[in-house]
Design a protein around this ligand. Structure first.
Ligand code: ZN
Ligand code: ZN
Length: 300
């Protein structure tokens, strides 16, 4: 399982332009890029302190992604969303990642955050496991808000490690277009508009296992209708971060045009563009996505 990158992702399609329904993550490279991106975005942001804190934490994820992730979870690739909380409820191997992540993060954070980490370290593994499952079920208010960031970071580190090998064993033809991650059932962070393998394809980026899955453009990612969709850009028509709104369910998702700006990262750029969320909220729209660095709102 640990040599996930050595296994072909999907049955090979002869056409180089063939659409891949699922793109597995490369966690170490992804977290390393995200940590740098958060630093860059912090230079010119009213959220600088928070972005820098997140950068430190994601830097720890990048470091730990290169280490042994412990025993493999028991997963059945034939199930729908094999890694969903319903299918992996009893997994506790990720708790070791939480322990290590907290120890590594402790010396890197400001004193007030270090205090929160110490409090969290004193909680029992049973409590950690319960909070982890609550977060994955979208019950964010069941978990003290100051702990959610760290618990989610550890779960993401653990599950993103095992997702690529699992994806290689899943039947690509059975994966339907879904609003939730076909691998772990979590909400997306944002939409990525990519130029590979064809320009303009939209992929949703998973907030937990970092997998991306294809989703057709101009379809609502929450209610799946395509009649009342609108694409907004607040700065200019060529903005790299735009918004797709749905007037049926009043939901929206951010569209990150990697085609315009290759440095974009789903989690970092969604967080750094929180100003857009405020404007959308004023217009009566609500987010249909979840940012793992900001588990503030309840997911449906
Ligand atoms: Zn996922
Ligand atoms: Zn909708």
């Amino acid at each position: 399982m640990s040599n996930a990158s050595d296994i072909p992702v999907m049955p090979i399609d002869p056409s180089p332009l063939a659409l891949k329904p699922v793109l597995p993550a490369k966690p170490a490279a992804l977290y390393s890029h995200r940590a740098k991106r958060l630093q860059t975005l912090a230079e010119d942001s009213p959220l600088a302190d928070y972005l820098k804190l997140c950068s430190s934490l994601v830097g720890v994820q990048a470091k730990l992604a290169e280490t042994d992730m412990g025993p493999a979870p028991e997963l059945n690739a034939a199930l729908e969303q094999p890694m969903s909380v319903a299918n992996t409820h009893d997994n506790r191997y990720w708790l070791a990642q939480l322990q290590t992540l907290l120890s590594e993060a402790l010396p890197l954070v400001p004193a007030n955050v270090a205090e929160i980490i110490r409090e969290l370290m004193q909680q029992s593994p049973d409590q950690w496991a319960e909070w982890g499952n609550s977060l994955r079920q979208g019950k964010f208010s069941d978990v003290p808000a100051q702990y959610s960031l760290f618990i989610w970071a550890a779960m993401s580190l653990y599950w993103s490690h095992w997702a690529p090998a699992l994806i290689s064993r899943m039947d690509a033809n059975a994966i339907k277009q879904e609003s939730l991650c076909p691998v772990c059932g979590s909400h997306p962070v944002a939409s990525m508009v990519r130029e590979e393998p064809r320009e303009g394809l939209r992929y949703l980026h998973c907030s937990l296992c970092e997998t991306e899955w294809h989703y057709v453009r101009a379809h609502c990612t929450a209610c799946n209708q395509s009649e009342s969709m609108e694409l907004w850009s607040f700065e200019d028509h060529q903005a790299a971060v735009r918004i797709e709104t749905c007037d049926d369910c009043n939901g929206y998702t951010k569209m990150l045009f990697v085609t315009k700006s290759p440095q974009l990262d789903a989690v970092a750029d969604d967080l750094a563009s929180l100003g857009l969320d405020a404007q959308l909220s004023e217009k009566g729209y609500s987010a249909t996505t979840v940012n793992p660095l900001l588990l503030a709102h309840e997911a449906d």
